[in-house]
Design a protein around this ligand. Sequence first.
Ligand SMILES: [Zn+2]
Ligand SMILES: [Zn+2]
Length: 863
Amino acid sequence: MSPSHQLPKNYDIEEVERRWQSTWRDEENYFDPDSPKPRFIIDTPPPYPTGNFHIGNALNWCYIDFIARYKRMRGYNVMFPQGWDCHGLPTEVKVEETYGITKNDVSREKFREMCRDLTIGNIEKMRATMRRLGFSTDWSHEYITMLPEYYKKTQASFLQMLKAGDIYQSEHPVNFCTRCETAIAFAEVNYVPRTTALNYFDFDGVEIATTRPELLAACVAVAVHPDDERYRDLAGKKLTVPIFKHEVPVVEDAVVDPEFGSGAVMICTFGDKTDVYWWKEHDLELRKAIDRQGIMTATAAPYAGMSSEECRTAILRDMQEAGILKRQEELEQRVGTCWRCKTPIEILSERQWFVKVHQDEILESARKISWTPEYMFTRLENWANSMEWDWCISRQRIFATPIPVWFCAACGETILPAEEDLPIDPTVDRSKTPCPRCGASEFIGDKDVLDTWMDSSISVLHVTGWDGTNKPPLFPAQLRPQGHDIIRTWAFYTILRAQALAGGHPWDQILVNGMVLGEDGFKMSKSRGNIIAPEEIVGQYGADALRQWGAGGAATGSDIMFNWNDVIAASRFQTKLWNIFRFIMGHLDAGTENPAPVTELTDRWLLVRLSDTVAEVTAAMEGYQFDRALRAIREFAWNTLAADYVEIVKGRLYTKESSRASACSALATTMDVLCRLLAPIIPHFAEECYHNLAGRSVHKETWPDFAYADDEARRHGDLLVKTVAELRRYKHDKGMALNAPLGHVMIYAAEPVDDAGDAGRALAADAHWSTGTPQLEEVVSGVNFNMGIIGPSLRKQARGFMEAVQALPPEQLKNPPSTVTVGGEEIPVPAGSFTPKVAYRVAGEEVDVLTLGDVVVTIGHSS
Ligand SMILES: [Zn+2]
Ligand SMILES: [Zn+2]
């Protein structure tokens, strides 16, 4: 134990946190493959390396770090890896901005290199923030999805699922962003409300309403409801499309809503998902009127070359001039937009790669996972049940994992590389074997690349040791922590891929965290100016305060509003704890090295409460309820230890009595346990205290299994604490200083209580406990008048009445007579006009009496 005079008065957050961060070694957090301990493998999210580890990330990683540290203390061999999910459009866009180029200005290889360089720099910045927040990351298990050792596994996973028939290529309508010029998956489409015009026009004698007149060139049929009397004669006939003059059939379909518009709708390839359904259902022609850049094609002549917006304006004008546009109405609708750039998506029919979605298998696998909070499972379930199309995994971009496929230039056969040759880039590398079908050796490499979720959805296979072929040796992982915003993508795809590639559910548990909202309650965004960066918080209040905010801000899974007051409160708690700790250390110094037995009531009571706290915090940590854990720790440290215990026992600590050693033992145990409870949440603070206390690292200690049962200490201690608190309030109410002498105090309780003199010292009183009942003598010492009654009912007689009452003997003050004599006149005594003042005496000494439930306290007036 170090002498307390070495403990600085103020806790210098910056100094302490930096010092421990440079003292701790990365190796201490490495997963040990040879350890006999039970494994706890965490499938940490690989963030997108934007260079900015934002506060939402910080919250998520706080949770992960609490768990990783807690599990290590519980004896697990923990793997807390860190990945980086590098590929994707945002980096491409950033590179284009930074260098003032478009992706087509340089070679694909050069462009990828620029993206890689930018990404490496960004990863560096984010690593620095993570280290400053004190996360116990296992840096020996870091992975970077853009590096060959990782993406060769993405390619291997593609080939395996292709061979198993779970991946196929097909011409199929897909969601397409014409600004990003790429296909996107349904999970990447956001639906937003907008107001648009519903245009009614004459379609060869039939009135039709549409919101997408620019798709008229792509019209392939008109559909009506089979029971719609209005169109009975139309079914099976052909109609001529206005302006474009091609003929289309009229089909009957029960999905048509006769109430919408005129009840007759045009089917275009493709206005929306229903068009895709009808197109398949009625085996209709395919007319592509919009291309990948959102430009009208030759099919849309005379509008070819216009953007779809320009075409819309032009076509409406032409309809107007031709007299076929009847009227327009406003319509509220929900339109699908690109998650990335918010451009409304088009549905284009393209040759793309798809992953088969087997909803039932995914849900069966998801049910084997324990979900925290439980209701998050429903989100996955709803999403799975709403999926109608397979997962489109090909993208028409550059910075991504290449699709490892060639096509034979002669016969079109698909040629696959051998798995040992991975990774490959088919646009650069050549197939080693000729075409198995026609023997030709001219190949065209697939220029498309993979959706980045194809990289990140095998993170769990990677961290559990997948070599690209067999079931990973450490599969499944124990925990997936992630945000609720990526349940339908990362969680869903991972479950799908784990099932396909490893034949099982990916993790035993999934822990879903909420989003962080700005102080104004809105999602943080640049435009609102409500973004708070973790560095800003750490710079002012330190990592531990931010971590406390993360733990205490909200129940796990709920969205959490950022609030500076929470951070300030967290910082104050540390200051308070530091002061308690310094005080305690000051007294432990003088103690002996061998802890004395804990014998005294107050000390035993503290250990009972400590034991309760350990049980509560342990249960909370097991259930990932960090807010509950932190609340229990704060409540114990602030109220039980500082406000109750220390205040009562302080006097004894300054004595030379033998009972002092009992208090020192209880305090040493309490601080030891408290540091361990705090270690996962505020690792720097816990380390600083524990090192001073025990001379070693708290992070190598086990979780406290401290249990202490003592029913008598609980009952008597509660009585003692309550009594002392009441008497302190009594002093306060009397205007006495807290250390002012209180005189002779008798505490009458049902059971004999031995407090080792603590109550007396705490109250500066000559205090004694007794099991008897006080022999109270009630004395009437005066009278209290109720002027509210006397004034109005007696008026002028009031003064005389009061004099008469004061002259009554004490017995009559207690039992008022019905009349009194005022100025020779008998006047009635109004009910409730006075009460006797009662004082108490014990053995002749006048006392004050306090009643606290079953306990009666008498306080002597003479001291
Ligand atoms: Zn887009
Ligand atoms: Zn061939």
